[in-house]
Design a protein around this ligand. Sequence first.
Ligand SMILES: C[S@@+](CC[C@H](N)C(=O)[O-])C[C@H]1O[C@@H](n2cnc3c(N)ncnc32)[C@H](O)[C@@H]1O
Length: 270
Amino acid sequence: MNKAKKAIKAIFEIIKRPYLLNTIIEDEHFKKAQFEKEFPHITHFKEIPFEYFLQKEELTIQPFAFLGGSSLATDLGLLQLLCTQNSVENYLEIGTWRGESIANVAPYISKGYTLNLSDEELLELGLESDYIKMHRFFSKSIQNVTHLFGHSQKYDFESLRTKFDLIFIDGDHHTEAVFNDTLRLFDFRQSDESILVWHDAKSDPETPRYEVLLGIYRGIPSHLHENIYLVGNSLCAIYLTHKPKWEKAKTNKAPKQYFEVKIKQKNVEY
Ligand SMILES: C[S@@+](CC[C@H](N)C(=O)[O-])C[C@H]1O[C@@H](n2cnc3c(N)ncnc32)[C@H](O)[C@@H]1O
């Protein structure tokens, strides 16, 4: 089909089903163009190599279900390392799902809070009951974890009467939602040095995800944009005020190191 025929067919399809316009607006090419227009001075992303955090440490990632919708092992490892290296006491995350990320950091913090839409809200959104049942699977019985329920854009974080050393944003990944979560939670940092981590800021460990990055850069005051980095070998972006070693994010880099991964099966005790 030639381009003109394709364009006419596309227009007819959009008239019949206007929601198809969302597919264009949410498309990564569209988001990238928006990002470049809004932040023309950001010509490349700064990336902190994973080994900057890992150094000589060995990590045990558990629980790790190796199932759909999970973070990568390196994402969970990054959270653990940030907790131990920065003596994180209070940790907050948006997006509990199976409770894998909060369960991975719980041994390294004093108190963890994890917010998710309630089961009722998920049901109202038309989500399957089997999916809903899996929420909190790994975290429900952990002593130092408090489960919070509600929509991150409406939740009254003031009511917790605490601020956080590390905030992990992993709820709704649409630009507007990431923007709102970032903007709101920035005020709940314990101090100027407190850390924010966003999940899914890349669509794979080498590819920036503009849908999420646009929300991050809009949500952080522009004079602090210099503190935003991607993290190598992970899907995360991070807000870090001390000046870490970084390099230009780039695809198809030759690996400078590789990882040894041992897999051990464990019985579910949750
Ligand atoms: C990607 S999962 C979180 C994964 C989890 N952090 C982990 O790594 O194990 C995202 C979760 O965010 C929840 N969610 C989506 N939008 C939300 C919102 N606006 N407020 C609170 N939770 C939300 C979804 O129900 C889903 O369980």
